[in-house]
Design a binder for this molecule. Structure first.
Ligand SMILES: *[C@@H]1O[C@H](CO)[C@@H](O)[C@H](O)[C@H]1NC(C)=O
Ligand SMILES: *[C@@H]1O[C@H](CO)[C@@H](O)[C@H](O)[C@H]1NC(C)=O
Ligand SMILES: *[C@@H]1O[C@H](CO)[C@@H](O)[C@H](O)[C@H]1NC(C)=O
Ligand SMILES: *[C@@H]1O[C@H](CO)[C@@H](O)[C@H](O)[C@H]1NC(C)=O
Ligand SMILES: *[C@@H]1O[C@H](CO)[C@@H](O)[C@H](O)[C@H]1NC(C)=O
Length: 485
């Protein structure tokens, strides 16, 4: 028997991956578990976007950057980071292995500033070029056991009148799960990270976990929540009411951003509540916003222009809070039930999604990638995909979601405003939403906010101009598909 260099190398590669420290995390009912030990897993993490929201950088493609920062992650005592954007053509092996060695999982948003579902024109932004980007990002990370999950999107719905983007985001969830299954990749959990919009936050969590199509339901739900400020408490912050309201939710919930900065330095007293049995029956921990000090002033550390790290008092406070609070024993009150939620009712100006309308159909050329694979990653230099993919023009992706919605509402004119450009200005503009978060501007601070494609030409509403016959047939079609399903 002859040994080639290649077979020795591939044997070494196998041995290396077998030595990986971390086991994949899996979802059962409303909690995360270590897939090998079976113990419950709570996210103790930070959001990691050095460079800030307005400056796209992929921190996992630079060994120098991640090696420097992992030392601080270890000192903080965290087990998870969230990264908002990566260059899917870059090499992430070194950083992913170093994170693994340090006992740290990754939650990765699959979008970039150029590739995302646009809240102001979701239909046009849902196209083959976009899905190619998403699938290639999955390909780039699926082999790492320490990928805890993917976020299909972040804060696309950022007020009461961007809810019509929800079916497109849910279609992306479905497409990602379908792609992983078709390509025989590990079924990495897929979730959505929501802005804290008091008017429809309950509808959001229900919607993403509702319906008969298991593949379209999220596996985990992150809430960006800044309701605990300063020396608050479990009841003053309103955490208690969220726990009560979501007590029957059947997927893991966690805080995908928290850490209000109204009072500084931040005392981080919420850590004690988040990992107490007051909350662990419903929530599975969370991620503090954010590791590095940027313009919006949420940093745990400052990074000088030469790359030197200085720990802020927030860092010390958070580290002490994590060190003094352990996870509950046993299952922490987790529930096994994973039945679907009830789809929220349509309500004008609150939740403008028809529960009977189904989801946009995957474009034909994107479906072909289920078999062929995504192909080469496009990286960060491609033109943006939010403005459409001309190759898709003749397929189902041009199906307009809105008419069905309008028909079902019984009011063909009411949703006329629905497809107008609802998101104005920058991603930070959602401070004017009726978010109950104590820090009003808190909801859209994150990088690469996938809804943050603005200044798109305002799409003239086709809804108001539709002849009655079309509306009626949409209604019939909607009804027919319900009967068939
Ligand atoms: C963006 O990040 C890069 C790399 O960290 C840095 O060199 C550059 O100065 C940053 N730009 C802005 C506008 O902050
Ligand atoms: C918060 O509580 C700490 C410890 O009890 C106390 O030292 C601090 O002054 C309080 N801060 C405010 C703003 O009340
Ligand atoms: C949760 O389910 C229980 C049992 O079905 C029910 O009594 C309770 O009202 C539900 N709670 C909420 C907040 O929906
Ligand atoms: C747990 O809930 C009780 C009742 O609301 C509250 O008094 C207590 O402070 C909470 N404890 C923590 C750690 O949140
Ligand atoms: C969307 O809702 C916000 C309030 O949340 C409001 O300020 C804005 O004018 C609305 N935009 C449209 C197009 O209706």
């Amino acid at each position: 028997m002859k040994f080639s260099i290649t077979s020795v190398l591939s044997f070494m590669a196998l041995a290396a991956s077998a030595n990986a420290a971390l086991n994949p995390i899996e979802v059962k009912g409303n909690a995360f578990y270590d897939s090998v030990s079976g113990s419950r897993f709570y996210i103790r993490g930070v959001d990691y976007l050095p460079g800030g929201a307005s400056n796209f950088t992929d921190p996992l493609s630079s060994s120098d950057t991640c090696t420097r920062d992992i030392e601080y992650f270890k000192e903080l005592g965290i087990n998870t980071i969230r990264v908002y954007s990566v260059d899917n053509s870059a090499d992430h092996k070194d950083c992913m292995e170093k994170l693994d060695d340090a006992g740290i999982y990754l939650i990765l948003d699959v979008n970039t500033p150029k590739n995302s579902i646009s809240r102001s024109d979701p239909q046009v932004s849902y196209n083959t070029a976009y899905l190619q980007h998403v699938f290639a990002t999955i390909d780039a990370f699926a082999s790492y056991d320490n990928v805890l999950g993917f976020f299909a999107a972040n804060e696309v719905i950022n007020n009461e009148n961007t809810t019509q983007a929800a079916p497109y985001v849910k279609a992306v969830v479905r497409d990602m799960k379908t792609y992983m299954a078709a390509q025989n990749l590990r079924a990495i959990p897929v979730g959505y990270s929501a802005a804290d919009i008091s008017a429809n936050r309950y509808q959001q969590i229900q919607y993403f976990n509702c319906g008969d199509d298991e593949t379209a339901r999220i596996d985990m739900f992150g809430m960006n929540d800044y309701s605990w400020c300063g020396n608050s408490s479990y009841t003053v912050s309103g955490y208690d009411q969220k726990v009560e309201q979501y007590s029957n939710y059947t997927r893991p919930l966690f805080l995908s951003e928290f850490g209000c900065n109204k009072v500084e330095p931040r005392p981080f007293g919420e850590i004690e509540s988040i990992y107490s049995t007051n909350m662990t029956g419903v929530f599975s921990g969370g991620l503090v916003y954010e590791y590095s000090e940027e313009e919006n002033n949420y940093g745990l550390v400052s990074i000088s222009s030469s790359g030197t790290i200085t720990e802020k008092q927030d860092f010390v406070n958070l580290k002490n809070a994590f060190a003094s609070v352990s996870d509950p024993s046993g299952d922490g009150g987790a529930k096994d039930d994973d039945s679907p939620a009830v789809c929220p009712e349509m309500e004008e100006g609150v939740w403008e999604v028809n529960p009977l309308a189904g989801l946009p159909v995957m474009p034909e050329r994107a479906s072909a990638m289920l078999v062929s694979g995504a192909g080469d990653p496009s990286g960060t230099n491609e033109p943006p995909t939010q403005y459409g993919d001309s190759g898709d023009q003749s397929d189902d992706s041009n199906w307009d979601y809105s008419p069905t919605t309008a028909a079902a509402s019984g009011s063909s004119t009411s949703s006329g405003s629905s497809s107008s450009s609802a998101s104005s200005g920058s991603s930070a503009s959602s401070g004017s939403s009726s978010s109950s978060s104590a820090s009003g501007s808190a909801t859209s601070k994150s990088a690469a906010n996938p809804g943050a494609v603005n200044n798109l030409p305002s799409m003239t509403s086709s809804v108001v101009m539709l002849p009655l016959a079309v509306i009626v047939s949409s209604l019939l079609f909607g009804f027919a598909s319900v009967v068939v399903v």
